[in-house]
Design a protein around this ligand. Structure first.
Ligand SMILES: [Zn+2]
Length: 274
């Protein structure tokens, strides 16, 4: 299976079963290896394995959607983007490391409900998405800062800000991937795209993600009903069918055509709860 890890129809659900629920650890170690990162940074594979196991365990396996399989899926999509020749030729080993690591850790400890729900119920996580991200103490400051900045880019409330900046860069054709700052921005955009790429997968996979994300929404709706709170949009099982939710998401789905110097397909979904 791993020989097809760079293709968009990679079946992460099958891979998770074949690895006994260790898709995230197994995938990231493999990607680090084939990207030459283990060799380049002289990484201790035992320590890497231990760290990734901690990350994997910090995902809530009871979440239908925001679990370690989603993290593995986003990491695999991120790898597909990083492999795009126009991007790949400019990326340093550190960029690749940051891109893959940020994807693997971006939803760590996700509670399976959205931000507004946490605010309504005054959950301790509500203050910031950052609290979901606890970087390893051994990370060097710059690496830690960059990882944090990549992960925070997946916060859906900042969607328009990123989209606007990206649109401006495309209009002015002024993205220069020789610049570390621009590479970082493109990694942020790539991670955002990887995070919401479900509808771009083959139907067999895309359908499973739809069902999972709706199941997670409905569970939140049931909780809201139980606590007599207003039911959030898309979370009412009686009113919002799986197909209606997905159509709603697709309506907000736009393709930014690759007419710039960046010819990799970039898909951005608006109005989708990540
Ligand atoms: Zn995510």
């Amino acid at each position: 299976m791993l020989s097809k890890v760079g293709t968009w129809n990679f079946d992460i659900f099958l891979f998770d079963r074949l690895t006994n629920g260790n898709s995230l650890v197994t995938l990231v170690i493999h990607l680090f290896n084939i990207s030459g990162l283990i060799h380049h940074f002289q990484l201790d594979v035992v320590k890497l394995h231990r760290f990734l196991s901690m990350v994997q365990e910090d995902y809530h396996s009871q979440n239908p959607y925001h679990n370690a399989i989603h993290a593995a899926d986003v990491t695999q999509a991120m790898y597909c983007y990083l492999k795009e020749p126009k991007l790949a030729e400019h990326l340093s080993p550190l960029d690749v490391f940051l891109g893959l690591m940020a994807a693997a850790a971006h939803d760590v400890d996700h509670p399976g409900v959205n931000q507004p729900f946490l605010i309504k119920t005054r959950h301790h996580l509500a203050s910031s998405v950052l609290t979901r991200w606890r970087p390893p103490l051994l990370c060097r400051q710059d690496v830690e800062q960059q990882l944090g900045s990549l992960i925070l880019a997946t916060d859906i409330s900042r969607q328009n800000e990123f989209l606007l900046t990206f649109r401006e860069h495309l209009d002015h054709q002024d993205l220069d991937l020789q610049l570390a700052e621009h590479r970082h921005f493109i990694l942020q955009i790539a991670l955002k795209c990887a995070d919401v790429c479900n509808p771009c997968r083959i139907w067999k996979l895309s359908r499973q993600w739809s069902e999972r994300v709706c199941e997670e929404f409905y569970r939140q709706g049931d909780l809201e009903k139980r606590f007599d709170l207003e039911i959030s949009p898309l979370c009412d099982q009686q009113a919002d069918s799986v197909s209606a939710i997905q159509i709603g998401e697709f309506r907000g789905f736009r393709i930014i055509k690759s007419d710039s110097n960046l010819e990799f397909n970039i898909y951005l979904i608006f109005n989708v709860a990540t």
